[in-house]
Design a protein around this ligand. Structure first.
Ligand code: GCU
Length: 408
């Protein structure tokens, strides 16, 4: 199961964290790309190169976004009383329909806004692993659980302490108080509500969105698209500052968050924690999980094309990071999380840096893999430990958001 695959990380040795190690350099970002000559201006980048790269990511890696989708619409919006946060937040549950006008799927989103806000707030959109109930300690009855099948552990509150010991205090839900205290709102949902994170349900969910064209699609592209669908409805709310909305995702959701930010220029910043293969880490890397292993364990995540070697040698994940430039990106890592390939993500960030510089922004600007330069627009951080989400992680995430979203 997915849980067991995740646990494989525990057995792997610590990563050297040597900034000179990792995969061979990918093709230079601003060099020729097929017939496309080298790039030297943002104009060339945006009008010539970026469209080619977007097409290539659809073809080679993620598949297309759902076609013919009607705009996302809020079906219901209910105020929720939740004692643990009653003093500091207003909490709502929104049901959001997406996709085709007829019989659309929907997801349930928990919106948490600072009670003392005096104007529109910056906000973090996060996708979670187990649904919203698992993400809220003693969740009120009105909070909907996941709409599709999830790992058994997600439905077993007695197991959460154990899971949080292994995968970190914040693997299920974020530190609400800390996020609110820094002035941010939060919108959280389970992307599996729309396309399940499981083989049979995922195929059904993809068929609902893509009809007869579901074959060369994958769940990660839909999960990415859902960040933008959530953005659409949140940006229409006057309590949210639409220019300061960041997306956050861990691991499989980090893959989706990066792709979402690459495709949607309205997303102001992205935090992708331990996103690994098909996320921030270069596909040509030999460390950590291989594409074949991921495609075998989770065949519904990416279209079959991603497994077909040889893939286009001109392509790699540094180009995905570059498509986000000059917007801020933070890549989180764990020193014993070899599975998600920290060296592969480091080399991708280095190789994406010329796109930031093209915009006069600062790309990766730090000497070592542990200590992030959070002021830089492309930052990389490694803490000790395994695959998971810890208190230290969230301190760094919020410091990064403060550095980039606070002063605008
Ligand atoms: C598995 C999978 C990874 C993924 C991770 C996660 O370990 O192999 O690619 O990032 O699950 O989502 O936690």
């Amino acid at each position: 199961s997915a849980g067991l695959v995740g646990c494989a990380a525990i057995r792997l040795p610590a990563v050297a964290l040597d900034p000179t190690l990792g995969p061979a350099a990918p093709p230079p970002l601003l060099g020729a790309f097929g017939q496309d000559p080298p790039i030297s201006t943002t104009m060339e980048w945006e009008t010539r190169r970026a469209p080619l790269l977007h097409a290539a990511f659809e073809r080679e890696v993620y598949g297309p976004y759902p076609p013919n989708a009607a705009p996302a619409r809020v079906l219901s919006r209910d105020e929720i009383s939740y004692a643990p946060l009653a003093d500091v937040a207003r909490i709502e549950q929104w049901s959001v329909a997406v996709g085709p006008a007829d019989a659309p799927p929907h997801f349930n989103m928990v919106v948490v806004l600072p009670r003392d806000a005096t104007g529109p707030v910056p906000l973090v959109i996060m996708e979670n692993f187990c649904g919203n109930r698992a993400a809220m300690a003693d969740a009120p009855d009105e909070i909907a659980g996941p709409l599709t099948e999830v790992l058994w552990a997600c439905d077993a509150p007695w197991a959460y302490p154990l899971i949080e010991t292994v995968f970190g205090r914040y693997i299920n839900g974020p530190p609400y108080e800390d996020i609110l205290a820094r002035g941010y709102g939060l919108a959280m949902f389970y992307a599996g509500d729309v396309v399940a994170d499981e083989a049979v349900g995922a195929r059904e969910g993809l068929a609902r969105l893509y009809g007869d064209d579901a074959e060369n699609t994958g769940a990660v592209a839909v999960w990415a698209w859902l960040y933008s669908q959530a953005y659409d409805v949140l940006a229409a709310d006057p309590r949210v500052d639409a220019r300061r909305v960041a997306v956050w995702g861990h691991s499989r959701n980090g893959k989706a968050a990066l792709y979402a930010a690459a495709r949607d220029p309205r997303i102001a910043a992205v935090i992708a924690h331990q996103s690994g293969r098909g996320g921030a880490s270069l596909s040509r890397s030999d460390e950590g999980e291989s594409i074949a292993e991921m495609m075998e364990a989770f065949p519904w995540w990416f279209p079959p094309a991603f497994a077909d070697a040889p893939r286009d040698p001109a392509m790699d994940q540094h180009q995905l990071l570059a498509l986000i430039a000059p917007r801020p990106v933070l890549l989180g890592n764990g020193a014993r999380d070899a599975w998600s390939d920290p060296h592969g993500a480091w080399q991708a960030a280095r190789a994406a840096t010329p796109a930031y510089e093209l915009y006069g922004a600062q790309g990766l600007a730090q000497e070592d893999m542990r200590t992030p330069n959070l002021e830089a627009d492309l930052a990389y951080y490694t803490r000790p430990g395994l695959h998971g989400v810890t208190a230290q992680d969230w301190r760094v995430f919020l410091d990064f958001l403060d550095a980039h979203l606070k002063t605008r």
